[in-house]
Design a protein around this ligand. Sequence first.
Ligand SMILES: Cc1ncc(C[n+]2csc(CCOP(=O)(O)OP(=O)(O)O)c2C)c(N)n1
Ligand SMILES: [Mg+2]
Length: 1111
Amino acid sequence: MHRTRSLVAGLLPLIPGAAPERLAVWLVKGYVQNSSARAPLAALNIRQYSAAPPPPTQAAAEPFLNGSSSVYVEEMYNSWLQDPKSVHASWDSFFRNASAGAAPGQAYQAPPSLAVPGRHEIPITALVPQMSMSGVSTGLPIDEKIIDDHLAVQAIIRSYQTRGHHIADLDPLGINLADLDATIAPELQLATYRFGMDHDSDSQLSEKQTHYEVAPPPARSLQWQEKDMDRIFKLPATTYIGKPDERALPLREILSRLEAAYCRHIGVEFMFINSLEQCNWIRKRFETPGAMSLDAEGKRLLLARVTRAAGFEAFLARKWTSEKRFGLEGCEMLIPAMKTIIDKSSELGVESIIMGMPHRGRLNVLANVCRKPLEQIFAQFAGLEAADDGSGDVKYHLGTYIERLNRVTNKNIRLAVVANPSHLEAVDTIVQGKTRAEQFYKGDSEGKKTMSILLHGDAAFSGQGIVYETFTLSDLPDYTTRGTIHIVANNQIGFTTDPRHSRSSPYCTDVARVVNAPIFHVNADDPEAVMHVCKVAAEWRATFHKDVVVDLVSYRRGGHNEIDEPMFTQPLMYSKIRKMKSVMEKYSAKLIEEGTVTKEEVDDVRNKYEKICEEAYVKAQKETQIRYKDWLDSPWSGFFEGKNPLKMGNTGVIEETLKHIGKRFSSTPPNAAEFVVHKGIERILRARMEMVETRTVDWALGEAMAFGSLLKEGIHVRLSGQDVERGTFSHRHHVLHHQTSDKSTYKPLCNLYPDQAPYTVCNSSLSEFGVLGFELGYSMTNPNALVCWEAQFGDFFNTAQCIIDQFIASGQSKWVRQSGIVLLLPHGMEGMGPEHSSARPERFLHACSEDPETFPAETEEFAIRQLHDTNMIVANCSTPANYFHILRRQIAMPFRKPLIIFTPKSLLRHPEAKSSFDDMVETTGFKRVIPEAGLAASQPEAVRKVIFCSGKIYYELKKAREDRGLDSAVAITRIEQICPFPFDLIRDEINKYPNAELKWAQEEHKNMGVWSFVQPRFHTAMQGSSERRLSTPPQPSPPDASWWRRQWARLAGRPSSADVIASHPSASVSESGRGPVSYVGRGVSASPATGSKRQHLKEAAQLLEDAFAGL
Ligand SMILES: Cc1ncc(C[n+]2csc(CCOP(=O)(O)OP(=O)(O)O)c2C)c(N)n1
Ligand SMILES: [Mg+2]
């Protein structure tokens, strides 16, 4: 009794709130009855748990303290009081903990294990107080319960890592949910884990909870056992929330740290990544205590950057109140975010960054990220005339290129923003292609020196398919840029449309998951959180060379543009936005309050920037002209300088070169003995070799000789597209595959000369929009490369129509941006059905900028001047030699123009579609027109009909003529280059046959193909010759040439060509009174070709009948 009293007396002061009469109870049932007794612990700063109900009274929280053991305990206690070492270490620990006020179930610690624990290993018995007796209270075997609880903690940790982002506080407005989902998954509810519960009971499990607006997520405060919060749990190896010396933590602290890492202003989405190493890398950067802290200097720099970003928008708003600029207000953090990524990347070795972005905040990026001179930006608002050629573009589409010192890293950095059209996201793969090309030319095979950043709007990122196409290119060997950093300026609206109506995915960024890119969602009103994710993104890219997404969850302070009224459609959102303080105001107030800066410093930074803007504004007022060249994203330094723009190099090559390339292209690999070539390929190679020996080429050989001879001259050649390595029609075979060893290949064109330029031939992903954009971007980096994209069938180009319309056809005019890209479009009516027949030449031709009514000045430079003046070249070659020359001409030209070639299918193997070396040697060149060279040409007066045509139909017409015995009565002339139209040669050809009826024959339907393009040009060609006799009007013709032509014709007392065309829309009438060039071919149609083979053959036969009718 005495002993008991002394024990009681000894413990009494240690037990807060314990009264003497309760001591026996305490001994038997546990020493704390309610949570108030543990106020100090309960007051730990986990806000969401403090509201929970007190746990029920515990019976025997220390089960070994039952009635029958009290005497023994008493003895032990007395002994321990005298000498702590006199009792077993576990009792020592227990009494110490109890004396220190440990909660029930917490005082006991099992003795240390004999085994030495490894990193992350601590003996489970050291963590779990119930240990041996817990089975008594729970009815479960002891180990199972302990293990269950630890597994539960592991599961909780994993749930935070996996799904914590769903309940992070991401929306600065506090009204939306970045993932469009208000529920809280059960995995994020503690009750789900049944701490301290009988496994059969689920009375404490909650239903799925909902979180609303700004209230703290209540789900995590649901049913739980308060006592569990203070239990210590071992930290698994998959978390970094413990400091270096912390291998175990109380559950409360575990939850608190997980909350801080995953549920505050950053939502990290990464657990879908299939790499433990990468997951751990990310966990470490977000979980490590203190990882997100920023020093005072960092904070000041950040504030200065936010101030400039905001100051720029404010300045523009003040000076040009109603001018469209697609302001960044509400997402000003985009600027510091980009700058942080650039700083970090520069620090990690990047020297060049290529960027693509939409309208929003573009001017701010140019000003504050690229540091484009402000006066140049402001001058764009003045509506000045341009000093150089081109039609220009609106200011928020223009590109730029700047090379400057990065002040943070003290290293040079080149920044380029690629010009883009209004079409959102269309620029993405162009940026990638340009980046890839730069890496290629620099030998930067790991992407350490050049990288790309792509900016997106939330609606466009989730809505536009090209974004997916861009991601799918990201890891392909010949298309990867070794990691792109994507930043989404997620203002939670697209024009007037709410996210719930613009996407079906939870986040606007979900498309990125397809390539295992980590996604960092961040509340853009927390500048320091934004900084952290941006640094991590840059490090991620530098470490793993894979894509990463930063989702800046923000808002749009104004309407879609500066003239729009957002209250029409988003009244609640905008009444909230009107009350929002800007991030600059909030952050400066925070830094002032914490003493990092003074109010004076804040004002000073703001005023200084305003002064800079004012000075630039004054300078801009003095500008009288703008220069589009100032806005070019990649100047080709040295390419144009010293060149005569109207002088072209030769395209023919010496026979020796043709032979050499031909032989190499026809040979098996040097190690042929080991490399097993397919028998069919062996036959093809043999046939090629025979052709070389007979000085002949077919299509594949002609192409290989064009590529090979350019490679010899040091010109890099790249051929990309679906199945291009073999060729859709199995004619090319640029990659030979070892038949018994997987992935062992041989590329003959890579093995022509020891010092040749590199040749890349690559099968692409099944994408046209994305891949054509990529190749266009690739072609923009270096003019001394032949970059070709081949469509599987020509008609598939139309899924890339945006690239053709917005970039290829108009790029030079809008942005003085040249490109020599080549589009190879298999074309021809061969009974394959509505698709796979026509590459729709009409679509390209109507986008050509040539005036149909103007016969250009006939000077020596006629042909090259035409090329110089056109926006693109469209051709349909009928011989391998001409194909060879036109490819080589792309490089021989002193400027660059896109080339669209309609390429053959059946002609690839047509016995007549072959060329001799004689047509490819030095003295030869590209033939814009291939005139009749047979019998008819020798007696032109006797010719009764001239049939003009283009492409494969030539061979059909020729055979039909022969079959009908009309070789001397009919001349057939091929137009190989359709645009620019060979007015001069066509005029000569018409004049050569004075007595002939003139026909245009095409296999495409009348409303398709080339007819509508050539028809008015035939007319101009015919008229051109007679006008010239009257004395030629001034050349080159002004844009209103048709007006001038009419005046001139009136003076000469005859109707002008324009008048004639207006009155006879389907006929071209010659001045000399000859009939018009009339049409032979299929009638109009909605579909490009019939689906019936029989009908096709019928139509084809009828066409030939019509062509030779009347003879
Ligand atoms: C391909 C395409 N379709 C439609 C438009 C018209 N448009 C311009 S901006 C815009 C909304 C874009 O929303 P978001 O991507 O979220 O960018 P934000 O304007 O909100 O910054 C739309 C539909 C366009 N520019 N491009
Ligand atoms: Mg938006």
